[in-house]
Design a protein around this ligand. Structure first.
Ligand code: ARG
Length: 462
């Protein structure tokens, strides 16, 4: 039976019921709904609605229900209850009889669902923080293992300057560090309890909402009842966190898809995260990475959808808001899966150091070094840039890398070039010069690695 039957003389059309019911997705809030209900039952004692003994019976019944749900969450789906709140209340009444009917005193599903969802966000947020952390650790570990591998660095997908595999991996660790801190911020902001705000105007029982909030593990209670039941900022913020992080993961995937092409051949992905073609026997496709890239669109789309749902909604609760859950669940599940899959991809990745070295040495990636060399000889940088441009055109014509041009060939472009140019053009020198903070010099990378290893270990210890 629906929770609101009294006012109605006709049953709902089954098609409407199907359209309206949310149990098939909000069953995931079962645990939070039960925990919230225990908290609410305690609050009802403080205002004399429940005796201590009644509350104890309710709490015990709710705890057994929780154990039942934890053992088999999918059992909920067998029910035709409207939503998880009706389901929990129905089960409670079935177990303790009329006493169960007292629980909803002074509470509305509006503050109830807002509370349940925030409790769920808090729990899921911790899971996601951990997944981000795991991926950072996997990246740092890969950076250590392949610390000696150089890699061509690109801008515009044109070979630009040599970098290293570790430097590349650490770039993603930085992005994930921001994702981590963004998620922490969002979790701190949502950590206020809406319970006791009633339908919209506040509960008519003089409950101490601060005590109730702390009892449920929140940092405090929200300040305005109208805002509290209609606020879904936290849903949007978490989806924002997911979207931006998925953009990072998508770029990570795209880089590796490219590194894994036959043309680049910089890395080889393990059989564990690739698949074959039904037609072409030679193929080994980077499906895990392509799906990460693909799911980024889905997560960003879910976030847009939520913003559009909330736009222009009048205060306070409107049924439109029931649409918050599927998008949020899907976005956070996808994000979680992609973080996990990225770890798996890194687990057995092989770096082909011969290929990365050859590529880093080619493509005139040391042209900037030649310009800097001319600058050191007193030529203004703008002029040096032009001279090197001409030298590169010549080198391309004679099909040689810069370091293989003879002195006399160099001197056609500038008389200041001497034999000391050759060591400057070497890959080692190119890397070694970049000692300023954040640069690609081996000692910089080593200290960046040490920093991250310590930082992540400290977080682990907490
Ligand atoms: N199933 C609803 C949701 O997810 C619960 C809140 C219903 N409140 C109401 N006034 N109809 O949003």
């Amino acid at each position: 039976m629906a929770l609101w039957g009294g006012r109605f003389s006709q049953a709902a059309d089954t098609r409407f019921k199907q359209f309206n019911d949310s149990l098939r997705f909000d069953y995931r809030l079962a645990e939070q709904d039960i925990v919230g209900s225990v908290g609410w039952s305690r609050a009802l004692v403080s205002v004399g609605i429940l005796s201590v003994d009644e509350q104890a019976r309710l709490e015990q019944a709710l705890h057994s229900l929780l154990a039942e749900v934890q053992a088999d969450p999918e059992q909920i789906l067998q029910s035709d209850a409207e939503d998880i709140h009706s389901w929990v209340e129905g089960k409670l009444i079935a177990s303790v009889g009329d006493l169960g009917k007292k629980l909803h005193t002074g509470r509305s599903r509006n503050d109830q669902v807002a509370t349940d969802l925030k409790l769920w966000c808090k729990a899921q947020g911790q899971v996601l923080l951990n997944s981000i952390h795991q991926l950072q650790q996997a990246l740092v570990a890969a950076a250590r293992v392949h610390q000696s591998a150089v890699l061509p660095g690109y801008t515009h997908l044109q070979r630009a300057q040599p970098v290293t595999f570790s430097h590349w991996a650490l770039a993603y660790v930085e992005m994930l560090e921001r994702d981590f801190s963004r998620l922490q911020d969002a979790l701190a902001r949502l950590n206020l309890s809406p319970l006791g705000c009633g339908a919209l105007a506040g509960t008519a029982y003089a409950i101490d909402r601060e005590v109730l909030a702390l009892d449920l593990g929140f940092a405090g209670a929200t300040r305005n009842s109208l805002d509290s039941v209609s606020d879904r900022d936290h849903v949007v913020e978490l989806m924002n966190c997911a979207s931006l992080s998925m953009v990072h993961l998508s770029r990570f995937a795209e880089d590796l898809i490219f590194f894994n092409t036959g043309e680049a051949g910089f890395v080889e992905l393990s059989d564990k995260v690739t698949s074959g073609s039904s037609l072409m026997p030679q193929k080994k496709n980077p499906d895990a990475l392509e799906l990460i890239r693909g799911k980024a669109g889905r997560v960003v789309g879910a976030q847009m959808g939520m913003m559009m749902t909330l736009k222009a909604l009048p205060l306070a609760y409107n049924k439109d808001m029931q649409e918050d859950k599927e998008g949020l669940f899907d976005a956070l599940d996808s994000w979680h899966d992609c973080l996990d899959m990225a770890c798996l991809v890194l687990e057995d990745i092989k770096v082909n150091q011969a290929r990365t070295l050859a590529a880093a040495q080619g493509g005139y990636a040391n042209a900037t070094e030649l310009a800097d060399y001319l600058v050191a000889k007193g030529i203004p940088f703008r002029e040096a840039h032009h001279i090197v441009g001409e030298a590169v055109v010549f080198a391309i014509q004679v099909a040689k890398p810069l370091e293989e041009l003879s002195l006399s060939e160099f001197q056609q472009f500038s008389p200041v070039v001497a034999a000391d140019v050759y060591p400057i053009l070497s890959l080692e020198s190119t890397l070694a010069k970049r000692v300023a903070k954040g640069g690609v010099a081996p000692e910089q990378i080593d200290s960046a690695l040490v920093y991250m290893e310590q930082h992540l270990a400290q977080r682990n210890a907490k």
